[in-house]
Design a protein around this ligand. Structure first.
Ligand SMILES: [Mg+2]
Length: 408
């Protein structure tokens, strides 16, 4: 089997409502690049990358001369052809590599008639549990805003009823820490027996991170995720707080993982199939974590069904995945895959059983959301539509005012 072409299409898929986070917001849609890698036998492997537009599409087209006639089964040489570690200092293609790796694994599975997880060690579970990913949200034409502890709890209750979640993750760093602590405690009170995690995307000062961490010590925490920036910051919090610390920001490659093994800063590593350059690097990293008794979770960088499938196949093969995975997926209104969004059952999503990644594109949906992208374009992830002129600093001192309703 040989690669003959690589195509990329940018899509905009609507969210239920704009999602607020510490660096800005998702303005009501996700922008993703859908990648199709065509082989000489007519099979098409699927990949996905965050963001999009002309430059992203051109970046994928520019890989064709590098990868024409490449055998999709040759995943190690794929890495060195487009993302060797020293050349990557000049042209970092990690995220492109990831999308192409997904597509190659999809091609391998289709060619052999086996699901991707069977190429990655074989499944140890048939479904991957997910956390409810809770955001403060601006209102949309469908939903009221989510700003107060009461609104947040109602939102979590609705998601739990609909999807069966028993783990809840609060994306914070939007409002002052004391206010978000009140929100977190409200979740703990509302869902006794469920587990919680808090992630302010590293914007707390060390003092605030310590204060927040100590204040939640008695709750059913999975972990405190990136309360402050940096391995040294996390280490300082970890020394003084009795809650496991997790990161998806400063352990995203093997060098950083080695540092974290030698001088532990985070107890749990959230693996991201894009940040790490593919599914296989995540499997390798999980092996290192297993040896050194680091916890493993699955990070979400805002996925459609193709990326979600990579997370499901990854989750299927990791014996040491003892935490529910993260996904923004339930915040989406639709997907680009046949049948629309994959469904949660009991807080988990079944691992696809079809060949390869086990999901196929729905051409009508792709056309619809490619058109929506042309109509609406992208959005600045690191700006907040409700606070013109504002931008994030780390540590943040200029949080949003929780007394200000976006609906007034
Ligand atoms: Mg995070």
């Amino acid at each position: 089997m040989k690669i003959v072409d690589i195509r990329a299409t940018t899509v905009a898929v609507p969210l239920e409502a704009p999602l607020r986070h510490s660096n800005g917001a998702h303005w009501g849609r996700f922008i993703r690049t859908i990648v199709e890698v065509e082989a000489d036998n007519g099979l098409v492997g699927l990949g996905e990358m965050g963001g999009g537009g002309e430059s992203a599409e051109a970046a994928f087209r520019a890989l064709v001369p590098y990868l024409k006639d490449h055998d999709p089964f040759q995943l190690e040489t794929l890495r060195f052809k487009i993302a060797n570690p020293t050349a990557s200092l000049y042209n970092n293609r990690t995220q492109l590599l990831a999308a192409v790796e997904f597509a190659c694994i999809d091609l391998m599975g289709q060619q052999l008639g086996v699901p991707a997880c069977d190429l990655l060690g074989g499944r140890v579970r048939d479904a991957v549990p997910f956390a409810s990913y809770l955001f403060f949200r601006y209102p949309s034409e469908r939903h009221a805003e989510i700003r107060t502890p009461g609104q947040l709890v109602e939102h979590a209750r609705a998601l739990k009823r609909q999807h069966g979640f028993t783990v809840h993750k609060l994306k914070g760093g939007v409002f002052p820490p004391d206010y978000e602590l009140e929100c977190y405690r409200a979740l703990a009170d509302a869902f006794p027996g469920d587990r919680l995690r808090y992630d302010p995307n590293a914007v707390l000062s060390l003092a605030e991170g310590l204060r927040f961490g100590r204040a939640i010590e008695g709750l059913d925490n999975d972990y405190l995720e990136d309360p402050v920036w940096g391995l040294e910051g996390l280490r300082a919090v970890r020394e003084q707080v009795r809650v496991p610390l997790a990161t998806n920001t400063v352990v995203v490659n093997f060098e950083q993982l080695a540092s974290n093994v030698l001088r532990r800063a985070a107890d749990v590593v959230l693996l991201d199939t894009t940040f790490w350059g593919g599914i296989r690097p995540c499997v390798k990293a999980a092996g290192v974590c297993e040896t050194f008794q680091l916890g493993v979770a699955v990070h979400s960088s805002g996925e459609l069904g193709i990326q979600l499938a990579t997370m499901l196949h990854l989750g299927a093969v990791l014996p040491n995945l003892t935490y529910a995975a993260d996904a923004h997926y339930h915040q989406l209104r639709d997907d680009v895959i046949q049948g629309g969004r994959l469904a949660y059952a009991g807080g988990a999503i079944p691992v696809p059983t079809g060949p390869g990644l086990g999901v196929r594109l729905d051409p009508d949906r792709v056309a619809r959301y490619a058109e929506l992208y042309r109509e609406l374009g992208g959005y600045p992830y690191d700006r907040d539509p409700g606070r013109p002129g504002w931008y994030a600093q780390v540590p943040n001192e200029r949080f949003a005012d929780p007394a200000v309703s976006a609906e007034s």
